[in-house]
Each structure stands twice: as C-alpha cells, then as structure tokens.
Design a protein around this ligand. Structure first.
Ligand code: 3H9
Length: 682
C-alpha cells in the first residue's frame, strides 16, 4: 500500500484512509492509493462494506488542477470509479471539510455519503472554466433534478451539509468530530440489512419529468445571459445536463467527456486555472522570511467615515472584528454610522444576513469624534481626504496615540507611503492597505510595502487580509500602486481615441465585448467626471464637459445622456464638446477602427505599463498584476488578466502594435518578445 492510502478492517468494515496534503487532491498518488485500497478490499472476503475517509483538513477537494494538460499517468479516475461502483460491496464516503469537484464525483460513485454538519459538498469546476468531467453532470441531476442541478453546477458554490442532506446530495449526517465512528456504524448497519446496492446512475425518477423539454435550457441560458457572457463553461455545462435528461447514462457520460475535453483545451479554462493559482500566490511574498509571526488583530480603528471608511469598517465587522470609527465632523460620523446600519438592514431584508448576526456586528461598532478613541486598537486604518499634508498631520498624531505595537495603515490610493510613514517615529509599523470601493464588497486588497515596513507588519497585513476575506497583492511604493497605475492608460487612450473619430459608445462597446462590465466612458459617467478630474487644473475633455454641467449620471449627462432611470443614450451635446476639444487641440486626423483595433489601442498600453511595473519591482510577479486587474477592475477572468492575455496574443504582436501607435514598448516587454519568452507561461 502506498503511503497516501492506509487500510484497516474492523468487524467486516474495510476502512480506506487517504492522506495526501494539503487537500487530498486526486493526483496520480491518490488515484493509485484508491485503486490499490479498493482492489485489496475486493479480494478480502472478510470485508463486507467499505468506508472511504480522508485524513487532514478535508475530504478530496477535486482533481489535481496542476495535472491538467500534463501526462497524468497511473490509474485513471475511470478505472478507480469502476472498481468502486461495480465492486459488489457497499461503499460509504465519509465527508469532512469540502468534497469538491472530482472529490464529490467520487462520493457520488460511492453507494452512500455521510458527512459531518460542518462539511460542504459541490461541483465548483465552472470557476476553473471546466465542467465536472467525472460523471458529475450525469449523476447530480439524477439526485436533485434538472433545475437544481443547473443552478448547482453553473453556480459552482458548495452546499452546506444540512442543505445537502435536504437535497439528497448526502444521505446522512454524522456527529461533528465523530465521522469515522459514524461512518463505520453506518456501514455496519448496511452489512446487517443486506439487500441490493443502489447506484446513482440507475436512478431515473428525478430526471424523467424533464425529458423532452429543450426550452428549459434555452430559457435558463437566456435568464443568465449576463452572468455567463464571455465564459465557455456554463454553456457546456447546460448541454451536459440536458444530456443527463435526454440520453441513457452511458451515452450521457460520453457526451460529458466530449464537452469536458472541449473546455480543458480552451484558452478560457487555461486562464481560469492560472488565475486559481495566481490568487493563492499573492500572499506568498518572495523576499520575505517565512517564519515571521503576524501580530493578533482584534480591534481596528478606522479614521474617516466617508464611503471608504464605512466600507472598511464593514469589511472588518463582517469578519467579527471590533471597530472604532472616528470622524471629526459629527454629522459625517452620524451619516457613516447610519450607512453601516442601513447596509446591514438591507442585507437582513434580502435574506442575506440573519438579524441576530447583523445585531452582533453593529454591537461591535463604536464611533467617536476624537482620535484618542483608537488608542487601544491593534490596527488603525486611515481613510481620510487624499492630501499629503492632512495625512502627515494625522499620522504624526496617531503616532502619539497608538499603542507602541499597533500598526498604522493608510488607505491612500496614490500618495507616497514612505513620506506618510516618515511623519511617525515608527515607519516600520506603517503599511498601505489600499481597499477598492465598495470596500466591504470588493475582494482586492493592495498591501503597500514601504521601504521601512517591517516583515512583522507585512505578515500582519497579510494575515489581516485573510481574516477579512480579501485577496492580497503586495505592491511597492509608486504612484497608483498596481491596479490604478496599469489601468490608467486604458482611459487615457480612450480619451485620445475619441478625439480621432470613434464615438464613446463605440469604444465602450469594444471594451464590453472584450468582457469588461462597462467601458471607460460609461465608467467615468458612473463615478462622476468631477470626482475623476479632481485635483487637476488642466483643460481636459472632462473639464469641458464639467463646465457645462455634464458631471455624469448624477446630473443626467456626461459622455452619455441619461433618462430618469439612468439609461444611457449617445449624446449629441457630448459629441459636439468632443469635436470642439479636438479642434482646439489641433487633432484633425479622423480614423475608423474595428472593435479589435480599439481593444488593441486601449489595452496594449496597459500591457506596456504592466511590463514597466514588473521591471521596477513594484509588483513581484506578473500574476499579482493579473489578480489586481481582475479583482480591482473587472478585467475578464477568462482572459487571465493583462499579462496572461498579452502572452495569448503574443508579445511580438503587442510590441508591433505599440510601435505602430507611436508608443515606446517597455524594456522588459521588448526583451521578452525578442527572446520568445512569456510573462506567465512555463
Ligand atoms: C475537477 O475536480 C475536475 C473533475 O471534474 C475531474 C475531471 C476529470 N488541485 O485554497 P487553499 C492547493 S477540478 C491542486 O489555500 P483553503 C492550493 O493551491 C477541481 N492543488 O486552502 C494551495 O496550495 P499552496 C475541482 C490544490 O483551505 C493549497 O491546496 N475542485 C487544489 O482556503 C491550499 O488551498 C476545486 O476547484 C486542487 N484541486 O481552501 C477545488 N485545491 O498551499 C479547489 C487546492 O501551495 N480548491 N489546492 O498555495 C478549493 O476551492 C480550496 O483549495 C479548498 C481549500 C476549499 C479545497
């Protein structure tokens, strides 16, 4: 027996324990251990029933994602499934942690599933641009029916044990902490009862009512058109589930296999699998001592009760932390506190939050008008007006008030963190925590590492990010840090292009088609032209629009005209302002571009900025930039982010495109293109 699997027999129950850290993924080693274990039990006449259980933090969390696209070797999943399903002995999957993807598909092959109440089960392959390719699309509908299977598999979210029991996804609950005993007792009971074995594949009752109803699938796709846009996997998932209703099981499996194969070889899935690991890389800082212990954070001080301050406060409250929110202006403080209370109230009304949990969270919020109130907090996050003098003054004050070991963080989105830190006597305890708005919703947290930020401070910032369920990306100090800096050229290029002929709606449409939720002009109108242009005295296209009261959606017009329900239509007034501005700037060349050319004009310069930021060491890895753009700017995940996308396009082509636009390609970009290298592959 390999080290990954151990077997033992207790009173006729064979117990196979899989131990392959960290998540017992179905690697070649795990498959081998399963194959050997089940063969051994099949040959052992003393074994009348089998329990499959896992050691460590979780049941099998799926296929080994790092194996896709490689020669897998060893027994296939199909081989393993065959001996479990048709081995003639009842098999009970004993689930703790998360039984996901291939792990839950394996549990579906077993004749019974028992789980502890804290366990979760599900088929999350859609997030990797895949579909469950080991029978999940054929077996789950046979348990839960077609409509539920559509939601569960295209949504991908894991289902908690209680709900899973109600849906039939598991058969029984074991006592928390007593899974092994519970599963053995369950198996012993099966031996006693005897009787024929039930296989999920043979069940028809849940799919029969949906047979011959193709409209179910077309209506489902139409209903979710917005969410599925640009992705490949949801469409193949729907086709596979339709096959579960329409085809005999064996043929359904063949169809699933074809549809899986299409996905696993697609660029979209490669991008999404890359992104899975990229997200987890962010917390691993390359030049950083591994054994540094983070400080404990229980109480957080938030300075500023504006949009950012209240969002940050809620992100902390949501994670069970105590928050003291300070604002010098009483009315602003009251407004901020009311916003928080109101947000929780709405979440309760929508059934997203239990009333007692909302109350607990609000119970952990203190408000104060004086900075002194944060003197006991472990972490202080400043979210005041973006002005260096104000920040320096505040940090000098906080330095005197805060506990010596407290960490003081700035939420500034572009100011120099080293300068801010220098206003204190403890620059090693100062770090940037750049949240994206709304801070309680957006998952990205840029952690800005100043030149004096200590490893302990950085480790604490990283563990704080995990605590509040954010994805951290560490950035060096530089204007705009990572996401804002690399995405800035997209807007600049859009504004320039608009002077040369293409209308804002044509440019926005090209960005929408690429996969962004909206283009730069629609985005500017949403945020407000006055907010975007703040701090600049130059004459710009935006300042010309502002001058005539076109501040964006809130004023009924910006780059677009808006009706009362804020629906946008192209604006002849804005077009005239653009034409006048172009004339004033002496731009007379008029060009016509295709949507693809617009994408190149707007996004190649983004790639160029990414290369610069990587070369400067502001970002440690190309994947960190991709994560920042995907989570901070809604860059479509199925393209993998700007760096992965540039590799897909070909760096030589990007260099040529930039040169044709009269933009000097970054040194690193040119080098990589010349050497045939990539940013993200291999
Ligand atoms: C599939 O099953 C296809 C099938 O239909 C079969 C087709 C034939 N593989 O997230 P964490 C690593 S597709 C390889 O930080 P947590 C992860 O990279 C798969 N590695 O922990 C990390 O490594 P490191 C369907 C994996 O406690 C470490 O484990 N399954 C895999 O926050 C810890 O991960 C999924 O999509 C994997 N499958 O969350 C589930 N999973 O320490 C994907 C994890 O070096 N996994 N790693 O950075 C998850 O959702 C979470 O990892 C889980 C644990 C909830 C399990």
């Amino acid at each position: 027996m390999s080290q990954v699997g151990t077997t033992e027999v207790i009173d006729g129950v064979g117990i196979l324990t899989i131990d392959y850290p960290p998540v017992n993924a179905l690697s070649v080693h795990t498959r081998r251990a399963l194959d050997e274990g089940f063969r051994q039990f099949a040959a052992d006449d003393d074994v009348k029933a089998i329990v499959l259980i896992c050691a460590g933090r979780t049941f099998i969390a799926g296929a080994d994602i790092s194996e896709f696209g490689k020669d897998m070797g060893g027994p296939s999943l199909q081989d393993v499934f065959e001996i479990i399903e048709n081995g003639g002995k009842p098999v009970v999957a004993a689930i703790h942690g998360t039984a996901l993807g291939g792990g839950y598909e394996l549990a579906l092959i077993c004749h019974y599933r028992i789980a502890v109440p804290s366990a979760k089960v599900g088929l999350p392959e859609v997030a990797l641009g895949l579909l469950p390719g080991a029978g999940g699309t054929q077996r789950l509908p046979r348990i839960v029916g077609i409509p539920a299977a559509l939601d569960l598999i295209t949504g991908g979210a894991p289902t908690g044990a209680q709900k899973a029991l109600a849906l039939g996804m598991i058969d029984a609950l074991a006592e928390e902490g007593n899974l092994r005993e519970g599963a053995i007792a369950f198996a012993a009971d099966l031996i006693q009862k005897g009787g024929p074995l039930t296989r999920v594949r043979d069940r028809q009752d849940k799919v029969e009512p949906y047979r011959g109803k193709p409209e179910i699938y077309s209506e489902y796709l139409a209903k979710h058109a917005r969410a599925f846009r640009g992705f490949k996997a949801p469409f193949n998932i729907v086709k596979a589930i339709e096959a579960a209703a329409e085809l005999p099981f064996e043929q359904g499996i063949v169809r699933e296999r074809e549809l899986f194969q299409e996905l696993v070889t697609s660029t979209e899935s490669a991008a999404q699998r890359y992104y899975f690991f990229a997200e987890r890389q962010g917390a691993k800082v390359p030049d950083f001592a591994k054994d540094v212990q983070p400080l404990a954070i229980a109480k957080v001080g938030v300075i500023g009760a504006g949009t950012m301050g209240t969002g940050i406060a809620m992100a902390c409250l949501d994670a069970g932390l105590s928050v003291t929110m300070v604002e010098r202006d009483e009315a602003a403080l009251d407004r901020g506190a009311a916003t928080i209370a109101d947000t929780y109230k709405k979440q309760v009304e929508r059934g997203r939050l239990k009333p007692d949990v909302a109350e607990q969270r609000l119970g952990k919020l203190d408000t104060a008008l004086f900075l002194d109130a944060v003197k006991e907090t472990d972490l202080i996050i400043e979210a005041v007006f973006e002005d260096m003098d104000i920040k320096e003054g505040l940090f000098a004050e906080l330095d005197l008030i805060a506990k010596p070991e407290a960490i003081i963080a700035s939420n500034s989105s572009f100011l120099d963190l080293n300068e801010i830190a220098a206003a204190t006597s403890r620059p090693s305890g100062v770090v940037g925590l750049h949240f994206f708005s709304p801070a309680n919703v957006m998952r990205l947290l840029e952690i800005v590492r100043g030149s004096a930020t200590s490893d302990t401070t950085l480790a604490t910032a990283l563990s704080f990010a995990k605590k509040i369920a954010k994805v951290p990306v560490v950035s060096g100090v530089g204007p705009g840090f990572i996401a804002n800096r690399v995405m800035a050229p997209r807007s600049q290029q859009a504004l320039q292009l608009a002077l040369q002929g293409p209308e804002p709606e044509q440019i926005d449409q090209a960005m929408f088609n690429f996969g962004f939720a909206m283009g730069p002009f629609a985005m500017a109108d949403l945020v407000g032209l006055d907010v975007i242009g703040r701090g600049s005295n130059e004459r710009t296209l935006q300042s010309d629009l502002i001058k005539i009261g076109r501040l964006g959606q809130k004023k009924g017009g910006g780059f677009y005209d808006y009706d009362a329900s804020r629906t946008a239509t192209p604006s002849p007034v804005a077009s005239q302002v653009i034409a006048d501005f172009a004339a004033a700037k002496g731009v007379s060349t008029k060009i016509e571009l295709t949507a693809d050319e617009i994408v190149e004009r707007l996004l190649y310069p983004v790639v160029n900025e990414c290369a610069k930021i990587l070369d400067e060491g502001i970002a440690a890895r190309a994947s960190d930039i991709d994560v920042a753009c995907i989570l901070g700017y809604g860059w479509p995940v199925y393209t993998g982010g700007p760096m992965f996308w540039a590799d897909t396009v070909g760096l030589g082509k990007v260099v040529e495109g930039l040169e044709a636009m009269g933009i000097e390609p970054a040194k690193l970009l040119k080098e990589k293109a010349a050497n045939g290298e990539s940013f993200t592959r291999g």
